[in-house]
Design a protein around this ligand. Structure first.
Ligand SMILES: Cc1cc2nc3c(=O)[nH]c(=O)nc-3n(C[C@H](O)[C@H](O)[C@H](O)COP(=O)(O)O)c2cc1C
Length: 220
């Protein structure tokens, strides 16, 4: 860790103040900030302040690994370099991951497309693994029931992609905190599961606060 312990806090929900993932990431960030003097949080709201789609495929590679003649343009390179430095400067990554169409929100996918770069953030023959072992906490929210034996079991295609890219590829130490059944209050077919939904939210908030505090003060 160089300088003050820093949390990079990403939100991607289009849900505004009702968003469960925003509520849980906020609880984590608050606990991280309170756990040691000097801790800081960099908040990036990928929904309110969206990134463009990756404008050129050459940006998927570090400059040394790009094909001949690749020219993504200075504005695109500057934007990507800023996002990558922000990630590399963070001691802990926190991301709100609402499930949209069984996948991750396009706002978060655009961020991932910008920062997953072999040779810069992911290992390649010309680089080390700068993010290896760094904690990444995913706050996964979803409207339905994805428990064992349900029709939705195994249909969450958001967290597996992030675990693969951030964890397997970049080497980060990924933890997932989940709150499901978030639509139990509004979808009649899920009404019988309202108590379970409240329990899942309370458990997720408790787990997020505890993780935020321990990752904000690792030696404690
Ligand atoms: C565009 C969109 C697509 C959604 N697709 C799914 C889905 O495939 N499966 C599901 O269980 N819930 C789905 N939902 C419900 C959200 O996952 C749920 O409302 C969740 O709580 C969103 O996270 P948030 O509370 O942080 O906003 C969808 C919601 C939206 C807005």
């Amino acid at each position: 860790m160089i300088g003050m312990p820093t949390l990079l806090h990403l939100d991607s929900s289009a849900g505004g103040t009702a968003s469960r993932s925003r509520r849980i990431t906020a609880a984590f960030a608050e606990a991280f900030l309170a756990s040691a003097p000097g801790n800081r949080v960099v908040h990036r709201d990928l929904h309110a302040d969206p990134l463009p789609h990756l404008p050129d495929e050459s940006l998927h590679w570090a400059p040394a690994l790009r094909g001949a003649g690749a020219d993504p343009g200075p504005d695109a390179e500057r934007l990507q370099a800023g996002l990558i430095s922000e990630l590399l400067a963070a001691d802990v990554l926190l991301a709100g991951v609402p499930l949209y169409n069984y996948s991750l929100p396009s706002a978060l996918k655009a961020w991932l497309d910008h920062v997953h770069v072999p040779g810069l953030t992911a290992p390649s023959p010309v680089s080390g693994a700068p993010l290896a072992g760094r904690p990444a906490v995913l706050i996964a929210t979803r409207g339905g029931d994805y428990g064992p034996g349900t029709v939705n079991e195994g249909r969450d295609h958001a967290t597996p992609v992030l675990e693969l890219i951030l964890g397997t590829e970049m080497g980060m130490s990924v933890r997932v905190v989940t709150a499901g059944l978030t639509l139990a209050g509004t979808v009649p077919a899920l009404a019988a599961q309202r108590a379970g939904a409240e329990r899942e939210l309370a458990d997720a908030l408790r787990e997020a606060r505890s993780l935020g505090a321990s990752l904000g003060c690792p030696g404690a």
